[in-house]
Design a protein around this ligand. Structure first.
Ligand SMILES: *Cc1c(COP(=O)(O)O)cnc(C)c1O
Length: 352
């Protein structure tokens, strides 16, 4: 990246720490899938509207594959692992409007793998747009097979059963857990932490806080590990979309610790650096809230940006509410990590 060439003349402590961790990341197999670095942009009209700290957006909705999103960074490491394992197809799972499934289908297409997707019906919605449009349309367009399972099914066991079946047919499947949230997948967000710190350093920007939607925990775990590894004091907050706070934080902490172990070097993750706010979930995962709809509509009209009903829209509704309550009164610069998901808007047209 630019930092590597520039750092010989403008070497800062941040860049030195990033370079050390980047060397560790370079030791892992990785296929380049994303358009990186993603842009870091100020949201001036939202900032003026909210009247609080300056709000920035880190555009991981622009990672490039099939309308983008956060799973692409994880898939750079996961698909490389699949290649190394000699796999010829991948299996993954998610909710009906899974962005992870769609990005996995696209990555598989790009690399010449077969792709088998199991979709769990977590909402019970029968609207044809929800069932077959949005991400599901794209899953199929990328050539993935799509099969459904009822809500509450043991999806990991369902994937293992499918893998056995494929092996019996002479295939070599590689199973990617939901959300790609393994230590290897989370390395993609260690990389994002380095990328963001480098961008801020280049801009002379002091980021006080970083906020994003957290679900299967890999994104936050990678960021926690990455920020800890470079000794960043950015205040990170995940806005939960599924589990209650204690459970979410425990998931993130456990995965962040394993990600740090995977990275090596004997570094630790402090439990208090793992923070989630799960007050914006509403009825449950995948069920729209009024605040989400207002936030998605506001950003579409103020900034020309698209967020999604399940993740980034709820995350944004949390950020907006926290800013309006003065939670970030002492902060000057707050970054919202846009994790993508706009394709799922087309699965929820009736809610807008
Ligand atoms: C998967 C996803 C998230 C949550 O990321 P996790 O790593 O699963 O916590 C956030 N936003 C979007 C749009 C997603 O698809």
């Amino acid at each position: 990246m630019g930092a590597a060439t520039k750092s010989s003349t403008t070497h800062t402590p941040v860049k030195g720490r990033c370079a050390a961790i980047r060397r560790k990341l370079d030791g892992f197999p990785r296929v380049r899938l994303g358009h990186l670095p993603t842009p870091l942009e100020p949201l001036d009209r939202l900032t003026a509207h909210l009247g609080g700290p300056r709000i920035w957006v880190k555009r991981d909705d622009c990672t490039g594959l099939s309308t983008g999103g956060n799973k692409t960074r994880k898939l750079e490491f996961l698909m490389a692992e699949a290649q190394q394992a000699g796999a010829d197809c991948v299996i993954t799972q998610g909710a009906t409007q899974s962005n992870h499934a769609r990005q996995t289908a696209a990555a598989a297409a790009r690399l010449g793998f077969g792709c088998h997707i199991l979709l769990e019906d977590r909402t019970g919605y029968s609207d044809p747009d929800y069932v077959d449009n949005g991400n599901v349309l794209l899953d199929r367009l990328h050539g993935a097979t799509v099969d459904r399972r009822p809500g509450g099914a043991d999806m990991q066991a369902e994937m293992e059963a499918l893998a056995d079946q494929l092996r019996a047919d002479g295939r070599k499947p590689y199973v990617i857990p939901g959300g790609g949230s393994t230590p290897v997948g989370a390395l993609g967000y260690v990389n994002c932490a380095l990328e963001l710190a480098t961008q801020a350093d280049d801009l002379g920007l002091k980021i006080d806080a970083l906020v994003h939607a957290t679900g299967s925990a890999g994104t936050q775990a990678g960021l926690v590990a990455g920020l800890a590894a470079i000794e960043s004091d950015i205040d990170l907050l995940g806005i939960g979309v599924r589990a209650p706070r204690e459970q979410q934080e425990a998931m993130v902490f456990e995965l962040a610790t394993r990600t740090m172990d995977c990275l090596g070097g004997g570094l630790d993750v402090a439990r208090e650096r793992v923070r989630a706010n799960c007050d914006y979930i509403g009825q449950g995962y995948g069920f729209p809230t009024d605040a989400m709809r207002d936030a998605v509509t506001l950003l579409a009209r103020l900034e020309g940006l698209l967020f999604d009903p399940v993740y980034s829209g709820k995350g944004l509704s949390g950020l907006i509410d926290l800013v309006s309550k003065g939670h970030y009164a002492d902060a000057r610069n707050v970054v919202f990590l846009h994790t993508g998901g706009s394709a799922s808007l087309f699965g929820y047209p009736a809610h807008f």
